[in-house]
Design a protein. Structure first.
Length: 150
């Protein structure tokens, strides 16, 4: 399994999720240990039209999505899943068990990057660590997530 093939197989699944389309998240890359996503700033995603700060719920949601996708990525590589059907069969069992977000700075920026790394992947649960930064590389939030994987 190559990172390019994993991305080709998983990206359509991530893109098909209606909420991901609402917030405009894009899966950029996948590795055996994680994933990276981006989202562009839009007025609809702010918490206050005067401040232009990204809403904390959007930040949390993106960190949750990248955490879950990172957990999925680890399993895709570990199990060498090479069809959409096999990945969808696994993905339908996924869910967030626990999510913790630490907001470090206001969500100011035009383009944001969220990355996740798998800290532990077991038979039923995966634990990930996530980071959320703006286009200047300023770390805005971190998180940890626990996901049921089957």
């Amino acid at each position: 399994m190559t990172p390019e093939l994993a991305l080709e197989l998983v990206k359509p699944i991530v893109d098909r999720i209606p909420f991901n389309r609402v917030i405009g998240v894009t899966l950029e890359s996948m590795t055996p240990t994680g994933a990276e996503m981006t989202v562009s700033h839009r007025d609809e995603l702010t918490n206050n039209p005067l401040s232009g700060i990204l809403h904390g719920g959007v930040t949390s949601s993106i960190l949750d999505v990248v955490g879950g996708t990172s957990a999925l990525s680890a399993l895709v590589f570990d199990r060498d899943l090479d069809t959409h059907e096999a990945i969808e069969e696994l993905f339908v069992k996924f869910g967030t068990v626990d999510l913790r977000i630490d907001y470090l700075r206001p969500g100011l920026g035009e383009r944001f990057t969220a990355s996740g790394i798998v800290m532990r992947s077991g038979r039923r649960l995966a634990v990930t660590r996530m980071e959320f930064s703006n286009e200047r590389g300023t770390l805005l939030a971190t998180g940890t997530g626990t996901y049921v994987t089957g």
